[in-house]
Design a binder for this molecule. Sequence first.
Ligand code: ATP
Length: 429
Amino acid sequence: MEKIVSLAKRKGFIYPGSSIYGGLAGFWDYGPMGVELKRNIENLWWEIFVLNTPNIYGLDSAIIMNSKVWQASGHAQGFSDPMVACKECNKRFRADHLEEDKCPECGGTLGEASQFNMMFETKVGATQSEDSKTYLRPETAQGIFVNFKNILDSYSPKLPFGIAQIGKAFRNEISARDFLFRAREFSQMEIEYFVEEKNWEKEFDKWLEYMRLWIKELGLKNVKEVNVEGDDLAHYSKKTVDFEYEFPFGQSELYGLAYRTDYDLKKHSEESGIDLLYRPDEGEPFIPHVIEPSFGVDRTILALLLEHYNENEERGIWLSLPYKLAPVKVAIFPLLKNKKELVSKAQSVYEDLKKVIPGVAWDDHGNVGKRYRRQDEIGTPFCVTIDFDTLEGEGAPKDTVTVRNRDTMEQERVAIKDLSQYLRDKIGT
Ligand code: ATP
């Protein structure tokens, strides 16, 4: 894990938040490589689950909502974790995460457990009264439920249909830890999929399968499905399956799939007094039931970095990220940076590729070996070198370049005229 944290910082994937002021626990900043990786994950998710799945409607709702939303959803009263404080060092811990009844930091005696609400409070507007109090959303799901009627009114969708959203969520975790795993600000990708009650099991199984395919697409091998039971099951859920990843600190939740019944829509309908009924072509209006696949973006990034981190003496570090997700997909090298003809030929290859492939980089620092190492560390699948044969065609045909593959380390000579198609076929763009 330390290796991942250090690579992420060194190569500009993830920096500790507010670092020049000593940081702020649970907050992370995505650097140039991290932001590309994050966007690629979100774009792929959107492409698969919104653009290419029938009957899914996209949404981007406000992070701050009327506090009544959180009263109705139950978060204002019950979105809490049990907390204990050490009587000696005053540090606070999640009671349900402790293995012993002593302080894990100093061995001191712990006080009584109390419930700690994890929502961040804020005030809206200039009047600082109780009425202006609300919260940063702790999940994106409620923004979807409060827009259910809007989508019905705009599109009259037929069941089953879903509403999808990607966005930030905030939880004042008692102890933020394990890098991106337990952050206080993070992103979620969620779908509320509305179904008829009688079909919930069939739809649940369909989403189990979709989630498995997504995990396969990411190349994550260490994922286990766990049926959540007993006290761990949320009060609104009749069935939940957690997808747990084998993290270095233990097997823990990566994603969840929950059957939330009609709990949320019913509560919002009762509290708002607004009719949230679905009207079928035949039969009585009813409140649909909900299947919720929930994906954490930051936990996805952590799992991807862990799964695809490779290191050996000969090569150093390389990230074998899926091609589609790599922040840089192709790096262009002029063999020597002080030879004008090489540089201008390489520049024209670079400009042409940039028009058709997202994530093309220019690299002319150091020798080619060092450039390979640098690109390997950020997971660049293809490196293209423009050399003297490209110009003169002696050792290899003129107007061809060397393409080096990150995973096989094989080098192929490819004609410049075929290069963009060759790379697009490999990357799948
Ligand atoms: P945990 O039991 O680990 O606290 P949770 O059951 O509270 O997680 P959910 O409420 O199901 O999590 O949230 C849905 C998804 O959001 C999770 O599967 C996870 O990917 C992500 N997530 C939740 N809490 C955090 C966090 N503190 N930091 C990063 N991602 C998170």
